[in-house]
Design a protein around this ligand. Structure first.
Ligand code: GLU
Length: 400
């Protein structure tokens, strides 16, 4: 008899984390690997947030916090939703979790019954589909293409909805494509959702502050669907706080309560010190915070540089990202070509070819539901990015 449950045996490993672990392993063996695999800002957490955490320790915030987070943390998040997104989430509608990942996992667990259909526009972030599998839901991929800037249209969404549809999950700005929906585009989607009163929406807005084209727009802003939208966000990307593990939701009260109940059985709460640091992060206004602005502008410079370098590689199709810190170029014109007798058939072969022959770690597009592409994270220095792109260009030229 198998020791491990079918549930976990049939689940796929997080490929973003797996590729990052491989890059680390090769580096430990002395290989000069440049990692463009994990999506993690290379900045340090802003000083003011670190000071708030130190104070929390000195003030003995070291006991179990309330399951959904301290009252002042949830009040600060509630004010942030109003200030940045014009959304009215009362503190009771907010649950703080151990990273955006746990927040998303819980929402799927509390909404999806076995057999329920969950529409996920592809390319999607790796973990969405596994959350759905773990809830025994059915993933309904909605294919988007580089030509349409990887965005779903209202017509596509309408066509994908069936009487079994329970949920739609997407991210904007998007991981892995870097695209984001404008207010008008969201309005079109909201009009479709409004017509289907049993359909819920989870929008993952963790890249909100890394937006190069303007104001961040939330799909929850449309009153006709507000009661069916869960807005997910967190501190990892916008505040360079990946290790602190703070994610949160703003949700209809019943959903927030159910997440609270589930969280009470799995983690009790996230870390008390991180919850206090979160109050400080939420008080940083993205319109004026130099920490946030500096990070975004640095990412913008890198984006412009990498875009230029990618467009100089023959046969690579690339769309200019509008947010987040990823490129998702189409490299499929190289499929069928070989190096040293080894043929590149798909995005997994490509990612391993680049890792082994060019010493550059990327993530295969198949992990995100699109095998024509690979994902590059540009959350690293300009020098390393320039060198990584040089190596990729050379490695691709060696494929015959
Ligand atoms: N969200 C980041 C990424 O996509 C972190 C890794 C992960 O949790 O998947 O690379």
């Amino acid at each position: 008899m198998e020791i491990i449950s079918k549930r976990v045996l049939t689940m796929s490993e997080s490929e973003t984390l797996a590729m990052t672990a491989k890059a680390r392993e090769l580096k430990a063996q002395g290989k000069d690997v440049i990692s463009l695999s994990i999506g993690e800002p290379d900045f340090n957490t802003p000083e003011v947030i670190k000071e708030a955490a130190k104070k929390a320790i000195d003030d003995n915030f070291t006991h179990y916090p309330p399951v959904p987070g301290y009252a002042d943390t949830r009040e600060a998040i509630s004010r942030k939703f109003k200030r940045d997104n014009n959304l009215d989430y009362a503190p009771e509608q907010i649950v703080v979790s151990t990273g955006g990942k746990q927040a998303l996992y819980q929402v799927v667990q509390v909404l999806v019954n076995p057999g329920d259909e969950v529409i996920i526009p592809t390319p999607f972030w790796v973990s969405y589909k596994e959350f759905v599998h773990l809830a025994e839901g059915v993933v309904v991929p909605l294919k988007t293409t580089i030509e349409n800037k990887f965005k779903m249209t209202p017509e596509q969404l309408e066509a994908a909805i069936t009487p079994k549809t329970k949920l739609i999950i997407f991210s904007s700005p998007s991981n892995p494509t870097g695209m984001l929906y404008s207010k008008e585009e969201l309005r079109g989607l909201a009009q479709v959702i409004a017509r289907h009163e049993n359909v819920y929406v989870v929008c993952d807005e963790i890249y909100e502050h890394i937006n190069y084209v303007g104001r961040h727009e939330s799909i929850a802003q449309f009153p006709e669907i507000f009661d069916r939208v869960v807005t997910v966000n967190g501190l990892a990307k916008g505040f360079a706080m990946t290790g602190w593990r703070v994610g949160y939701i703003g949700a209809p009260l019943a959903i927030a309560k159910a997440c609270n109940k589930l969280q009470g059985q799995v983690t009790s709460a996230t870390c008390s010190i991180a919850l206090k640091a979160c109050v400080c992060a939420m008080e940083m206004d993205p319109a004026t915070s130099q920490d946030i602005i500096n990070m975004r502008e640095t990412f913008r410079r890198r984006r412009d540089m990498v875009y230029q370098l990618l467009t100089e590689i023959p046969g690579v199709k690339v769309a200019m990202p509008e947010g987040a810190f990823y490129f998702f170029p189409d490299v499929s014109s190289y499929y069928g070509k070989s190096f040293n007798g080894k043929k590149i058939e798909n995005s997994t072969d490509m990612a391993f070819y680049l890792l082994n022959e060019a010493n550059v770690a990327t993530v295969m597009g198949s992990a995100f539901g699109d095998d024509t592409c690979i994902r590059l994270s540009y959350a690293t220095s300009e020098d390393l990015l320039r060198e990584a792109l040089r190596r990729i260009k050379e490695a691709l030229a060696n494929l015959k």
